[in-house]
Design a protein around this ligand. Structure first.
Ligand code: VG1
Ligand code: CO
Length: 544
């Protein structure tokens, strides 16, 4: 088999963002060698992978299969010994992480733009995960970017397309290419962690739930695990067939985009439990009957109830949350007397902490929760965790949450997104705020005052690497916080995210509506950052 060295020219726009390289699908299709350059630049940043295993899988979006075939050819030409591919080119993000770990792979590519819409006019993405199953750390993503700026050739080979529809193994040159069942390894891992018997009993007793696959990757996983394995009635999983355009929807599991699920859970006869996941299966939204669980609260509740789950019965080594995530889990860590780490946004920062055994659970406010069972956030895992708790406590979702607030206090929390704003102006706004940070401390807002403000930077406690410019924080003396940062996952313009939090210990004040409970802080955020002046918007596009 001949290996070809193909001449190419570099692009200057391939720096991986919060979660890999995301662009309009047409950019991948129309810019010559756009995907090849990124994949070769990744290989060029890595060492000693000859003869080793590479995993490839994606969320099934438009372009997934073709990209898989291209990557196989590059992997063969670059000397990988084995390539593992999910059937049809599919693997949810957490399943890819599971497969990389289980088969001791060198690393893997995940083809996904997560919750971003899919299709020829929407988004595509690719992300490299390392041998621990987690997103490549900044050291590697920066090296990849450096290589994309100077690449002048890539290696490929001429070979027939792989039959992605059939589980089995073939050889191309010296490389073994194996198409695997994308569900079974992941399903087995879930069975090892959770009390499947208790959850089976729960469904047998008449407990009902609705899971929204949003026409993305988790549909088949949820069908196999919830319905076939755990005995939930057929029809429990809705929108379960993955489509290349995600059914024209926006597979972002929140109150705005998971419309069908929300109409069922807030309708006249809702089931006891509702959940949804995103395009690539790593996010989760948790609902009770007529009740929404904030992701930050969900993380805290999983931590507080972890010992009810067989996989965590011996307790937690520690927990971590991204900086803008509410401090609800900090309260639980304090009570459990375990460490709590605060990392920059994005899953890549949790990996080192898990590899070093410092944390067991972690999460983000953006509907991401996970543990050291893999090195990605995991949507269905979070749903099973909740089911395990519900089976053990035999209480409603709402009761579990309000009892949690009673014990630990409530962290009122909201995120306001200003989508599609002008990038230059949004950056100016952040710069302007950064330059005024030193003037803020001691400033009074109502009965509170600002105790400190900074531009968050993080030093990894394991390898000492430093990440700066991770978000403007304004902290008040009562624990309230306002955070400003720009999204790193968009493909058009900029998205400004404003995160607002207030701690309330007084139980009699726990039932106030969230936006109302935070209204003074919201108003202050608008005035201190001059949001209207810089973005032209007086109101956010999405409120979570
Ligand atoms: C967003 C979220 C972040 C998450 C990232 C990837 O990033 O805020 O918490 O880790 O998406 O999630 P940003 O930079 O747009 O705020 V996923 O499910 O899109 O891989
Ligand atoms: Co995702």
């Amino acid at each position: 088999m001949d290996i070809n060295t193909v001449a190419t020219t570099p692009y200057d726009d391939q720096r991986p963002g919060t979660s890999g390289l995301r662009k309009k699908t047409r950019v991948f299709l129309e810019k010559p060698n756009y995907l090849e350059n990124f994949v070769q630049a990744t290989f060029d940043s890595l060492e000693d992978f000859q003869g080793k295993t590479l995993v490839i899988g994606g969320d099934g979006r438009y372009g997934n299969k073709e990209a898989t075939q291209t990557i196989v050819r590059l992997a063969v030409a670059n000397g990988f010994g084995r390539v593992l591919i999910g059937k049809y080119g599919l693997l949810s993000t957490p399943a890819a992480s599971c497969v990389i770990r289980k088969y001791n792979a060198f690393g893997g590519f995940i083809l996904s733009a997560s919750h971003n819409p899919a299709g020829i006019d929407e988004d595509f993405g690719i992300k490299y995960n390392a041998g621990n199953g987690g997103p490549a750390p900044e050291k590697i993503t920066e090296a990849i970017y450096e290589h994309t700026l100077k690449i002048d050739r890539y290696l490929s080979c001429e070979s027939e397309d792989i039959h992605l529809e059939k589980v089995g193994s073939t050889k191309i040159g010296d490389t073994e290419v194996v198409v695997i069942n994308p569900i079974s390894d992941y399903a087995q891992l879930m069975q090892e962690i959770f009390d499947f018997d208790a959850i089976r009993e729960l469904f047998k007793s008449g407990f009902r739930m609705c899971f929204d696959g949003m026409h993305a990757i988790t549909g088949p996983y949820a069908k196999a695990i919830l319905e076939t394995e755990l005995g939930a009635p057929s029809g429990t999983v809705i929108n379960h067939i993955p489509r290349p355009d995600f059914g024209g929807g926006h597979p972002d599991p929140n109150l705005t985009y998971a419309k069908k699920l929300v109409s069922i859970m807030f309708g006249p006869t809702p089931p006891e439990f509702g959940a949804a996941s995103d395009g690539d299966g790593d996010r989760n939204m948790i609902l009770g009957s007529n009740f929404f669980v904030t992701p930050s609260d969900s993380l805290a509740i999983l931590a507080a109830n972890a010992t009810l789950v067989p996989g965590y019965k011996d307790g937690l080594a520690g927990v971590a949350r991204s900086m803008p995530t509410s401090a609800a889990v900090d309260q639980v860590a304090k009570a459990l007397n375990i460490p709590c780490f605060e990392t920059p946004t994005g899953w890549k920062f949790f990996g080192n902490l898990m590899d070093a055994g410092k944390i067991t659970l972690c999460g983000e406010e953006s509907f991401g929760t996970g543990s050291d069972h893999v090195r990605e956030k995991d949507g269905l895992w979070a749903v099973l965790f909740w089911l395990n708790i519900l089976a053990a406590r035999k209480q409603s979702v709402e009761t579990i949450v309000s009892e949690h607030w009673k014990t630990y206090g409530r962290n009122f929390y909201t995120r306001h997104d200003f989508e599609g704003v002008d990038k230059g102006r949004a950056e100016e706004m952040i710069d302007n705020l950064r330059n005024r940070l030193h003037t803020l401390p001691d400033r009074a807002v109502g009965t509170m005052h600002i105790s400190f403000s900074d531009d968050f930077s993080y030093t990894d406690p394991v390898d000492g690497s430093k990440s700066s410019g991770q978000g403007i924080r304004i902290q008040f003396n009562d624990g309230s916080r306002i955070i400003f940062r720009l999204s790193g996952t968009g493909t058009e313009g900029a998205t400004l995210r404003v995160y607002i939090e207030r701690f309330e210990a007084d139980q009699s004040k726990h039932n106030v509506e969230t936006q109302e409970a935070l209204s003074d802080l919201i108003a202050f955020a608008h005035s201190i950052a001059d949001i209207q002046k810089f973005t032209g918007r007086s109101k956010p596009t999405v409120i979570t």
